[in-house]
Design a protein around this ligand. Structure first.
Ligand code: GAL
Length: 658
């Protein structure tokens, strides 16, 4: 990817720092203290007007920009830039009352009513007409405002409305299918409609996968996922087209949600649609919380092609949308932020500036909490602002590529978790994250990349649950290994093509010859079953009865118990200077570490950390800047790394400049 178009602003490069700012929730008198505190905290940028449609357009076609003019002017006068939202994220009640046909419909046919937010159909022509009219008004009004440095399209597109089963969606789905398949015969073939008398004889018979008597057609389901991601991408493009025509010099972004189980939007496909990539990330509880944060930041950085990206939202402390919302511990605010920076973020922003006193998010943390500026939280925020200012030299520095990569593929995520599979327990992202944790524990840097990345440049590629392998990808992986690359893949990989049709002749279909193994039947495990391996690790979820199909294949670990005793569990086929390895069970981070260690050693990829630091700190690199992130709650001696301070505080971060 070429360099992104970054914020339109003059002056030396810097790391941006700020938040969503919602002055429309507060009386005017509060705004002056807002900007004063923003300056104290080192805020450089805010995202404005994200949920302001109802205030900006109180009646159809009637605009009230006075308050926003005032806010823009005030921010500018205080040296704060604005990433201005198009304000279309949530339609006002007058619009949904006049046009209830813009409301999304779930798979059971229930209407998603107003009362929350984002209650609009991605494919509604009426919604689009109203939204684009507002975008046009916003762009016209603020085109030359000196505070405007970027456009923020909508907000978290697809957060609540990615899957809409309405009649609008049905119409648009049919058009999308016609584009993809051209003829009904092709569609019938792709969806395997010979099964269960599903053959279509007219396009109008095709519908989204609404509630069905039993498992809806998997081809229909997979295409509906592709379509739904594309429908929102199309909407993004429509707003972008208006913005580009009126303000061609202002870069356009929209905040992705590369985090947790948010999987409806194929961000690898969206990344080239924006002038710079932005992401929102919230920590999830659990033992891999910190690893998941790093994983998401890493993937976001690689979606941005290694170039700097914009952390649009994360939280200073607790969120409000989990069953129990824990405050962050001392040090976590800065460590979380700097983890994103370590993986390429040139902007650190939060939801939101001032904690709301009313509404659904009043207990969500912010930069300026209910307690006010005289608070530990605000002091930590200001300290972070100062730290980011001191790192201004880092701005613009791309991520430094690792030698190993984990391939992350949205299509495989979608397809591997469809119903009517050998198990419904499989979790695609969890398997990828387990490998990531194993890398962290071994102290080896790794990139998380989409299949469109330059895979050839990595010495080691881990492709967990690479379920969908079109013929072209199979060829590419073959060529990668033949050229000396080391490929590692896992259970349920190489099984189907892009139409979700099984590659015949034995599993893992498309990768069978490359791996030199053959599997006749899957052997998933029940929840209370495990499999003991000869290397002392324990598998769960899945096993395979592997037959070795090539005499060069080495067995790195075998099953020791049960039906599969004596059969290979982990294999590796040397191919010239390269190799192709297979892990047939879920080992989890602890079990993967020794297996990964062996595979990396064979590939000649080692840790850049002294052995006593491996697993305790995370190492990340951006050009001359090395980030050392303390993953533990204890201080760590990092003298060996040549840091200015020999002790890395509990949850601390050191940035070492070469
Ligand atoms: C995001 C959203 C913000 C806010 C935040 C709370 O999904 O964009 O507006 O709701 O979550 O964590």
């Amino acid at each position: 990817m070429s360099s992104p178009r970054w914020l339109r602003r003059a002056g030396a490069p810097r790391l941006e720092f700020g938040a969503d700012y919602n002055p429309d929730q507060w009386p005017r008198a509060v705004w002056d203290s807002d900007v004063r505190h923003m300056r104290e905290a080192g805020v450089t940028i805010v995202s404005l007007a994200i949920f302001s449609w109802a205030k900006l357009e109180p009646a159809p076609g009637e605009y009230d920009f006075a308050w926003l003019d005032d806010a823009m002017d005030l921010l500018h006068a205080n040296g704060i830039s604005v990433d201005l939202a198009t304000a279309t994220a949530s339609p006002p009640p007058w619009l949904t009352a006049a046009h209830p046909e813009i409301l999304p419909v779930d798979r059971l046919g229930h209407i998603i009513w107003p009362g929350g937010r984002q209650q609009w159909r991605p494919t509604s022509p009426i919604f689009r007409e109203h939204a684009l009219r507002l975008v046009e008004a916003m762009a016209t009004r603020y085109a030359s405002h000196p505070a405007l440095v970027a456009w923020h399209v909508s907000n978290e597109l697809g957060c609540h409305n990615v899957y809409d089963y309405s009649d609008d969606a049905a119409r648009a789905f049919r058009e999308w299918l016609r584009d993809r398949y051209v003829t009904l015969d092709e569609l019938n073939d792709a969806w395997g409609t010979a099964f269960w008398a599903q053959r279509y004889t007219a396009w109008d018979e095709v519908i989204p996968p609404r509630l069905a008597a039993t498992h809806p057609n998997p081809g229909q389901q997979l295409d509906f996922k592709r379509f739904s991601s594309d429908a929102l991408k199309d909407y993004l493009r429509a707003e972008r087209a208006v913005l580009r025509s009126l303000t061609p010099e202002v870069p356009v972004t929209t905040n992705f949600m590369v985090m947790g189980e948010t999987k409806g939007m194929d961000y690898a496909d969206w990344a080239t649609e924006v002038d710079f990539v932005s992401n929102d990330h919230y920590r999830l509880p659990g033992p891999q919380s910190l690893d998941e944060l790093s994983f998401s930041a890493n993937l976001t950085g690689n979606l941005a092609g290694g170039q700097p990206w914009f952390l649009m939202e994360h939280s200073t402390s607790a969120v409000n949308w989990q069953p129990v919302n824990k405050a962050k511990k001392a040090g976590e605010l800065a460590r979380d932020s700097l983890t994103h920076v370590a993986h390429g973020a040139d902007a650190v922003c939060f939801f939101q500036w001032r904690q709301s006193k009313a509404g659904a998010e009043k207990y969500h943390s912010a930069m300026l909490p209910h307690a006010g500026a005289d608070s530990d939280l605000f002091r930590s925020v200001a300290a972070l602002g100062a730290q980011l200012a001191s790192l201004a030299d880092l701005a613009g520095t791309p991520r430094t590529r690792a030698r190993a990569a984990i391939v992350f593929d949205w299509t495989s995520w979608w397809a591997s978790e469809l119903d009517s599979h050998p198990t419904d327990r499989l979790r695609y992202r969890q398997e990828a994250l387990d490998w990531y944790t194993a890398f962290l524990n071994l102290g080896v840097r790794v990139d998380v990349v989409p299949p469109s990345a330059p895979l050839e440049e990595y010495d080691v590629l881990i492709a967990p649950i690479l379920h969908v392998v079109p013929a072209e990808l199979a060829k590419r992986l073959d060529a990668y290994v033949t050229a000396g690359g080391h490929l590692v893949t896992t259970y349920f990989s190489g099984i189907v093509d892009e139409r979700d049709h099984v590659w015949l002749g034995g599993y893992p279909g498309a990768l069978r010859d490359l791996l030199g193994i053959r599997i006749e039947e899957f052997a998933p495990l029940l929840d209370d079953e495990t499999a003991t391996l000869s290397n002392g690790t324990t598998g769960s979820l899945w096993t395979d009865r592997i037959d070795l199909a090539d005499e060069s294949v080495e067995v790195l670990a075998a099953y020791e118990t049960g039906e599969l005793a004596g059969h290979a569990a982990v294999t590796r086929r040397p191919v010239g200077d390269g190799s192709a390895a297979y892990v047939s069970t879920r080992l989890g981070p602890d079990g993967l570490a020794p297996v990964l260690g062996t595979l990396l050693e064979r590939a000649g990829v080692g840790s850049e950390l002294p052995s006593d630091l491996r697993g305790r700190v995370e190492l990340a690199q951006r050009g001359d800047f090395r980030f050392v992130l303390n993953r533990t709650d204890e201080p760590i001696d990092i003298t060996e790394l040549g840091a200015a301070e020999p002790t890395l505080a509990a949850r601390g971060v050191a940035v070492i400049r070469a």
